[in-house]
Design a protein around this ligand. Sequence first.
Ligand code: ZN
Ligand code: ZN
Ligand code: ZN
Length: 267
Amino acid sequence: MSTSLRVTFLGTGTSVGIPVITCECDVCTSEDPRNQRLRASVLLEWQGPQGAARVLVDTSTDFRQQALRAGIKQLDAVLYTHGHADHILGLDELRIFNFVYRKAIPLYADAATAAVLRHVFSYAFDPDAIGVPQLDLQTLADRVSLFGVRIEAIPLGHGRGTVQAFRIGNFAYATDCNSISDEAAARLQGLDVLVLDSLRRKPHRSHFGVQQALAEVDRLQPKRTYLTHLSHDLEHVALEQELPPHVRVAHDQMVIEVPLGDDWRCG
Ligand SMILES: [Zn+2]
Ligand SMILES: [Zn+2]
Ligand SMILES: [Zn+2]
């Protein structure tokens, strides 16, 4: 049995994606594919007791394109970080997995996010509707056991709202945040890899800027950090050159493997 968690960055861009429609800045016109960023999402894969498990974090606006590009053929569950448009609008694309697997897809969302999903996608939750995604929406608890591993949901501040970070083993994904409480910080200790929001150079009312993200890295002390949810304010190579070596810039289609300790496995 594999002992690692495979993380595929399906998208690393901010809510409008990069290039930004109408923009002709150096990043938006860059030919370096690392500056072309779809909306933020990751795919998590590991070997569970019944075989490979593939769990998607968020159904981004670009999910269809991301699934085709990453060759996603199987999807066992979706975890939602929060209910903002860029993280949910690809939900309808889950239908194709219903056609292929002929069963509902489990979705895990906190109460506020579940309410947004039921509102925005009301047709999909109408029991009499036909031809709509078949979804099994479950309330996200502090910890959830999925396909043989324990996943912790850790609430962080995101402007006036809350976003869920997810920790599996010594990997954590923390997109769309601008504050981390002491309680959350305690649950984010001992990480091998942290993926952290870093929108732009200047601070933002609901996202960390680069310097704030670096301050959180100093506080949480993960061995490696990857910055994500990046705007066109940040050019990939220039940003990497100014960061310390243990902090890197994530890019679309990057794949990383993180060891998954036995203490995160469960029945
Ligand atoms: Zn976002
Ligand atoms: Zn631009
Ligand atoms: Zn957001």
